[in-house]
Every structure is written in structure tokens, then in C-alpha cells.
Ligand binder design. Sequence first.
Ligand code: IDC
Length: 438
Amino acid sequence: QNIGTNQAENHPQLSWQTCTAGGSCRTNSGGAVVLDSNWRWTHNVGGFTNCYTGNTWDATLCPDGETCAANCAIDGADYAGTYGITTSGNALTLKFVTFAQQKNVGSRVYLMADNTHYQMFQLLNKEFTFDVDVSQLPCGLNGALYFSEMDADGGLSRFSGNKAGAQYGTGYCDSQCARDIKFINGVANSEGWQPSSTDPNAGTGNFGTCCNEMDIWEANSVSAAFTPHSCTVDGQTRCSGEDCAIQSRFDGVCDPDGCDFNSFRMGVKNFYGPGMTVDTSRPFTVVTQFITNNNSTSGTLTEIRRLYVQNGRVIQNSKTNIPGMDAFDSVTTDFCDSQKEVFGDTPSFQQHGGLSAMSRAMQKGMVLVLSLWDDHFADMLWLDSNYPLGASASKPGVARGTCDQQSGSPTTVEGRSPNAQVVFSNIRFGDIGSTFAN
Ligand code: IDC
């Protein structure tokens, strides 16, 4: 996994702020985003021959994972032209479908501290805030902002086969143990690669890449969720076999479902949406607070709180309105236990370490991920419609939003809404209460 030099890599600059109690925020220098390596042109070292085309590997350059990594390079990106990624001051826009020489769908970028390192965030006893415009995100899309427990250098120092590092967006991991990643631990994931039957640009290999994940924001204009996901492994970890949950969803080293707070799913159907309490036809501010047991950064995570600000008004999160549940308005162990029990869901979050595992990842430091995606596995119905298919919408936990069950197929959304986009802006991080006007 070498660096390709056919196109210069220039990270789009993105300014963001650090705030301290007392209310002062200062702009950090050097803020920028980098495109994940999976989206990049992958070709032979020093040449123009594709190592990977569409959703298949070149058998000559890639007879096995190690040789492939040694033979292949990932190149620089034309952020705006190829991928529809632009920044202006403190705002990042991710466009959905971009037609250049080829069709590109969605993207994933990471916040950088410098040219070769991701910005690490230690979230305990802190507050993370951003503004978002979801008005152009219809059913089936997900404009996501989240944290993954990736290496600061993308794995460059840990894996000799990885010569590209964070500068080229390597080292991704998440709690789904992503198996569509082309290089993991400096080795190509070409062995056992199965091209996707529905995605002309994706496939899955024998390996996956797992780590703790804190989904601050997974949303479109109809529904939103925030969700911690835990793992039994520490830091970015490659999985194979059933550790990647290949046969059965809950067999892996990470928790795929998480402990999700979606206001609609938690029984308040007029809270989030166009013209609602949080009016998604206009931009708004999303505040997330990571409360610890001793109100200090040395404590352990006990609660994840959510606030919104719109038109200068602070909006408290909706309160759970589900028979058999208390009026929870935040994610706590009690909320997770009660929700899983009342909805009849598998408590895989708790089984993989729950808030304690999340707490350890937050103490260590996590990387900020921003992405726009559509869903080839479940059409995003788990976020914005009734899910699972076939279950009665009146059963608590099934209804997650007002989208039609036919609305979210990638073919439909890419065809009907290629110009969809999300804008994330004004990222602020700091002491509790310091990042927004009360
Ligand atoms: C969701 C996760 C989300 C992930 C998505 C797709 O929270 O981060 O991207 O799955 O894999 C279910 C669904 C499950 C949901 C989960 C929460 O099967 O897909 O997880 N959930 O909505 N049934 C009950 C709960």
C-alpha cells in the first residue's frame, strides 16, 4: 500500500474550534479533511495500470494480499471534481452522486491534525458540537458524523505494508467490522474477495476491520439517531472468520446494533423533521455531552446527552414515550437495558462491554469521521422507516421514521436524488457548556 504520485494530494482545509469553560473558543490551526483510501485510484507502483477496477482485483498485480500491497499504490484525490467534497471556512459539503469520468457515490473523510496524522479526540467530560444542514437529505441517505477508534497515523507505524498512512486516509475501522475495505493492516483484502451483487464499486474480502464507534449523528431530513457501539477488542483490530460476524450478526468482536437513541423510535413522532420541533428544513446545531461518573476527564462514561439549538433557542432532547420505559432523554446503561428489553432486541451493546468499552476508547482518543452514504444492505430502513421488514409497525421499536419501505434502495435514491448533499459546519469541541450559547 504505497503512495501514488500521478495526482497531488491536497487536503481541503476545514477550520474548527476548541472552547473552554468561561465561554471562549479559539480556532485551531491546520484543520483539514482527508478522503478515505477506499475511494482512491489504486494502481501499480509508478504506473497507470489498475490494481482494482470496479469491484474486482487484478489477478496479476494481486496474487495475494502482501504482494498486492507491495505492488500497488493509492493516489491523490480531486476532492471537488471526482468526489463532490468541498470546504469553505468552517463548512464541509459532501455531495451524493458525482459524475466525472466515472460515477462516484458518497464519500468518507477524516479530520486531520497535520498532514500525516488524524486529529484525536478525547471525549470524556467534554462536549462536541456542530451545525448541520440535512434539508437536502431524503429518505435512504445518511449524512453521518461519528468517532472511530482508529490509529492517529492510520496504522503506518504498526504495519510495515502500510506506507500511505493517515495522509491518504488509511486505517479505517468501525463496529460493523467493515469487510469492504481494500487494505487492512497494510495488506490487501483481495483474498476471498466477493464483488457486491448490487454495488458496482464494492465487495468484501476475508478480513474485516473492527473498533469501538461512537455515532454522534446518523441522519437525514426525516430521522436521526445517536448510538454508541462497543467492541471486545481494543483499538483498530483486523478480524477474520466468525470474529467478523460472517455467519451470524452477533457473533463478532463488535456490537453492530449499538444502543441507539432515535426520537421517533423512542415514541416522539413530531420532534424531528421538516417543520417540527427540530426543523430539518433549516440548519440547526447539534450538541452532544459525554458525562462521566466524577465530572472529570479521569472518570468513566455514564451518560451521553443531546441538545439542539435552532433560531437561537436551546431545544432539550425528546423524552422516551414508550409503554414500559421511563422518560429517558439520554443514553445511559439503564436506558440501553430498558430499550433492548422492551423492544426485544439482542443486548449486543451490553455483551460487548457497553458504556465501559466506549469509555476506554474515548479516554484513548478517537478519530472524527464525516460521511454521506446509501445502504446496500438494509436501504437505511433501520434509521427512517419500519424495520425489520414484515414486522408490525405498531410493535414498539419497529417504527423509526416516516419513510416508505420502498424508499431507500440505492438504485432509487441515486437515480432520483443524485444532487442530495449534507453540510457540516462550525465544529466546536470543549468543556461541557462551552460550545454553544445557553
Ligand atoms: C443499525 C446500527 C447502525 C448501522 C445499521 C446497519 O445502529 O449504526 O449502520 O444498523 O447495519 C436493529 C437493526 C440494526 C440496527 C439496530 C438499531 O437490525 O440494523 O442497527 N436495530 O436500529 N434492529 C433493532 C435495532
